[in-house]
Ligand binder design. Structure first.
Ligand code: SF4
Length: 433
């Protein structure tokens, strides 16, 4: 472990010039030691136990315990082979870029994490499902993968053991739906990406009908450090009982938008005031979406809530991806909500009626209100949609997720909605984020 990675395992080995570390540089910083330890000193089940003990939870947004997810994989001689391990690097949510930062900043960390996870799950093929627009990440990953094959960290009989792994990068066609893991499997199989009914779960019937486990980029990048340094060390990085660090990002009219690796449980106030340098001159904090476009707005009174999976619900929202987008007092909240709903309505796959018809309807109503053409009854229609597209009403979580920012906007910004409708105009100079 180097001084850089001791407190910041995800970003501590980033190069100052922004280039990705070469294999030699990565190894000098302790890279591939976690893989060596796993292959030479641990059985696959022991690796899963260590990850479970670390408290690592999925960083793609859902927060499911990673070790528990791995434990669902059928193991041993009786399990059907081949098995697959996939990495979701699609990252299509507006404002989200943390996984790109990791892939561009240290691609070997992701490769090592995938090799360790594949060993733990007895998978012989691994695939990175990459957002089509991430050209720089793709180039860096491909170079690092070639280096890893040359160094025998991928390929046949890795490090002289009987474990072999093929790793592929697949650039996706780019739909938000593919962020849902079963949909991602369908896309990888070359079919139109509709979600699938579960059960059967992916660990039983995943890619091409074979046992598959999928994790997010940030989740996987934690694995080498957990295996190398142990679960207790990893838990010690956090301020809460959820292990490790988190790559938080903040965007909006703050002094220094960016991404920071901080202890899990850092508050939004610290993010805003210490790391993002506070609001830009002339702007005040009004609200924020804390965890990506499908999370509820939080207000100033929620700034001191710890940003982890268990604590964030106290604010009425979710940690999600930890991608904070700040809404200032000079930006129209109706315009902001409209742009979010417009995104979701474009990304609906059209499978179920409430989502296919409801989301464009919501977007049209919000557009009308924003343009000063709203009617008093629009508020009731929007509230009805929040119920009709809510949890359990549609086939997948896209529509219920889209209702989270809308529901909270109707609650927190009701005065703004009514003023737009009453005065038949937008009272802000600039709409949207
Ligand atoms: S909720 Fe929307 S995105 Fe999900 S299956 Fe239904 S139509 Fe498709």
């Amino acid at each position: 472990m180097t001084a850089g990675t001791e407190r910041k395992p995800l970003t501590g080995a980033f190069r100052a010039d922004g280039a990705a570390p070469t294999l030699g540089e990565y190894r000098k910083a302790g890279g591939y030691e976690g893989l060596r330890r796993a292959l030479k000193e641990m059985k696959p089940g022991e690796v899963t136990k260590e990850v479970l003990a670390s408290g690592l939870r999925g960083r793609g947004g859902a927060g499911f315990p990673t070790g528990k997810k791995w434990s669902f994989m059928p193991m041993g001689e009786k399990a059907r082979h081949p098995k697959y391990y996939t990495c979701n690097a699609d990252e299509m949510e507006p404002g989200s870029f943390k996984d790109r930062v990791l892939m561009e900043g240290n691609p070997h960390l992701l490769i090592e994490g995938m090799a360790i996870a594949s060993y733990a799950l007895e998978a012989s093929t691994a695939v990175i499902f990459l957002r089509w627009a991430y050209h720089a990440a793709r180039k860096r990953l491909e170079r690092a993968i070639a280096e890893a094959y040359d160094g025998n960290f991928l390929g046949e009989n890795i490090m002289g053991t009987d474990f072999s792994l093929r790793l592929h990068v697949h650039s996706s066609a780019g739909r938000y739906m593919c962020g849902e893991e079963a949909t991602m499997m369908t896309a990888l199989e070359g079919r139109r990406p509709f979600p699938r009914a579960k059960p059967p779960h992916l660990s039983v019937c995943g890619l091409w009908g074979k046992s598959t486990v999928n994790n997010n980029v940030e989740t996987i990048c934690n694995v080498p450090h957990i295996v190398k340094n142990g679960a207790a060390w990893y838990k010690g990085l956090s301020r809460t009982k959820e292990g490790g660090t988190k790559l938080y990002t903040m965007a909006g009219r703050v002094q220094r938008p960016g991404a920071w690796e901080l202890p899990m449980g850092t508050t939004m106030r610290e993010l805003l005031e210490e790391h993002a340098g506070g609001m830009r001159e002339g702007y005040r904090f009004r609200a924020a979406i804390p965890g990506g476009a499908s999370t509820e707005f939080v207000l100033k009174g929620h700034l001191d809530t710890k940003m982890d999976f268990d604590s964030m619900p106290e604010s009425g929202s979710r940690l999600g991806t930890g991608t904070v987008v700040v809404l200032d007092d000079r930006t129209c909240p109706i315009g902001t909500t409209w742009s979010l709903m417009d995104f979701f309505s474009r990304e609906s796959c059209g499978w179920c009626t409430p989502c296919r018809e409801g989301l464009p309807w919501i977007a049209r109503i919000l557009e009308a209100i924003e343009r000063g053409e709203g009617e008093p009854g629009d508020m009731d229609i929007l509230r009805e949609h929040c119920r009709d597209l809510g949890s359990g009403r549609t086939f997948c979580f896209l529509a219920p997720g889209a209702m989270e920012p809308l529901r909270s906007a109707l609650r927190y910004f009701e005065d703004d909605f009514m003023r737009h409708i009453r005065e038949k105009r937008c009272t802000y100079g600039r709409a949207g984020l």
